[in-house]
Ligand binder design. Structure first.
Ligand SMILES: NC(=O)c1ccc[n+]([C@@H]2O[C@H](COP(=O)([O-])OP(=O)(O)OC[C@H]3O[C@@H](n4cnc5c(N)ncnc54)[C@H](OP(=O)(O)O)[C@@H]3O)[C@@H](O)[C@H]2O)c1
Length: 262
């Protein structure tokens, strides 16, 4: 059986859990050989077996590990055609109560590591073509009270992707973002505040991963999961005053949280 990504090599960060794990499986089904990255060696080995991929461990809070990961990926497969920067970590609570170390960790894992990996792997991609894909968040488009640093890292990643896409036009390297709302993964438990709202209902990770891989194959610049997230984003862009008024009226968390805020 042939797939649209036959013969290609994909590196998925944060593939030991949740969306990364589901995306690694979807990329493998599409024909890619998947280099699966994560910290938890046990869970990672299970994913590697599941997708017939190669496990690569590393803690992206440490800048040296991003360098080691890029080198290990090239040593293992000789090239990376698809880089999916998915690893991410959340933190929820009032900003004044956020320890400096947690803020630094979010910036390192969610923003600095994808930039470092891109810097290290893009030169090879420019020689043979490729695709850079970043998992951002609705929080980075709308902002969320209690998630200021998380939202800032995701907004920064989003704009990094937009700028690179402009810079790499015609180069053979495409750039895209996945903008998820709420996805059913351990993300919320791990950040210390479970997702307890009834709506919006979390999307299954497999469904989001399917949309992501379809978007990669089609070369889409933006993939929204669910698609209706475009609506609050457009309202905020077109009518920022009205958006602020709604947000103020219903409480600072409401508008963004109704759209989801992982
Ligand atoms: N779930 C949602 O509702 C939602 C919504 C919007 C955006 N997102 C984004 O989606 C992406 C995937 O999250 P998820 O929902 O699948 O959460 P998850 O199940 O908690 O998975 C997070 C992944 O990131 C990895 N990771 C975390 N810290 C790391 C570090 N310091 N170094 C290396 N890897 C690290 C984890 O590795 P280990 O397991 O090995 O520690 C894990 O594989 C994240 O970027 C998140 O911000 C999620």
């Amino acid at each position: 059986m042939t797939g649209p990504l036959d013969g290609s090599v994909a590196l998925v960060t944060g593939a030991s859990s949740g969306l990364g794990r589901a995306s690694a499986a979807a990329l493998a089904r599409a024909g890619a050989h998947v280099l699966v990255h994560g910290r938890d060696a046990g869970r990672l080995a299970a994913v590697a077996r599941e997708v017939g991929g190669t496990p690569l461990t590393g803690d992206l809070a440490d800048p040296a590990d991003a360098e080691r990961l890029a080198a290990a990926a090239l040593a293992a497969a000789g090239r990376v055609d698809v880089l999916l920067c998915n690893a991410g970590v959340g933190w929820s609570g009032p900003f004044t109560g956020m320890p400096a170390g947690d803020a630094a960790r979010l910036v390192a894992v969610n923003l600095a590591a994808p930039i470092a990996l891109t810097r290290l792997l893009l030169p090879g991609m420019l020689e043979h073509g490729g695709r850079l894909v970043y998992v951002t968040s609705i929080a980075g488009r709308l902002g969320v009270a209690g998630e200021a640093v998380y939202s800032a890292t995701k907004a920064g990643l989003d704009m990094f992707a937009v700028s690179l896409r402009q810079e790499l036009r015609g180069s053979g390297v495409g750039v895209g973002v996945l903008v998820p709302g709420v996805v059913d993964t351990p993300f919320f438990e791990r950040r210390g505040e479970p997702y307890t709202r009834r709506r919006p209902r979390p999307l299954p990770a497999d469904r989001v991963a399917g949309a992501l891989v379809a978007g990669i194959v089609a070369g889409r610049a933006e993939i929204f999961a669910p698609g209706w997230l475009r609506l609050p984003i457009a309202v905020r862009g077109l009518f920022p005053g009205a958006y602020r008024a709604l947000d103020g009226r219903f409480g600072t968390r409401t508008v963004a949280l109704r759209a989801g805020s992982g």
